[in-house]
Design a protein around this ligand. Structure first.
Ligand SMILES: Nc1ncnc2c1ncn2[C@@H]1O[C@H](COP(=O)(O)OP(=O)(O)OP(=O)(O)O)[C@@H](O)[C@H]1O
Ligand SMILES: [Mg+2]
Length: 172
């Protein structure tokens, strides 16, 4: 039986696909979903911007609300190409992304959705939350926000799929 599904979300289109698949499974099995975002320290704001504005925000099905991201945040994310965002801004963006994908879960009829924003090494945090919460399954993207061409699997999904003690599904 699948009772709890963990979905790590970095805001990339891959992670949104993971949310969609997890939601379909959760509706079928009457399972709950934990959405987890680990603060994107060190990520380039233009990568984040792409993820938030293009990949998620302009999707026709689902998370339309990201289009309404407050202008001051979009302006800041868009203009500081090489700078890193402050912790407060990263927190805000993480909560914003989770709030948006949570609506996908609700639209697909998921009964219970928990949103968690954490700090740390993303793969380690995913593994720890999976074990502490006793999830039955992790559903994540095979790739994320990074633009590296040629990589089939990102470092976070690679590490999680090796270390997870539960079923781990990576979507393409
Ligand atoms: N900071 C994060 N918070 C939550 N989930 C994450 C985070 N980073 C990655 N993920 C999850 O892992 C999946 C794969 O992303 P990953 O980071 O492994 O690939 P990448 O960004 O393409 O490559 P890399 O980060 O290794 O350069 C994402 O689709 C998402 O489900
Ligand atoms: Mg990544």
């Amino acid at each position: 039986m699948i009772k709890k599904i963990l979905v790590p979300v970095d805001g990339s289109a891959h992670s949104v696909k993971a949310v969609e698949l997890a939601s379909d499974l959760a509706s079928k099995y009457d399972a709950e979903i934990i959405l987890l975002h680990v603060l994107l320290r060190g990520h380039m704001p233009d990568g984040l911007k792409r993820a938030l504005e293009v990949e998620v925000g302009q999707r026709k099905d689902g998370a339309k609300n990201l289009v309404n991201m407050p202008q001051e945040i979009m302006a800041r994310v868009g203009s500081k190409k090489d700078a890193q965002l402050s912790i407060d801004e990263l927190n805000f963006l993480g909560k914003y992304v989770l709030g948006s994908v949570a609506r996908i879960c609700q639209d697909k009829g998921v009964r219970k959705v928990e949103e968690r924003v954490e700090e740390g090494n993303p793969a380690n945090v995913v593994i720890k939350v999976a074990e502490d919460a006793g999830v039955d399954m992790i559903v994540m993207g095979n790739r994320g926000l990074s633009d590296l061409q040629g990589l089939l699997v990102g470092s976070v999904s690679n590490k999680v799929s090796h270390l997870a003690k539960c079923t781990c599904v990576t979507v393409r």
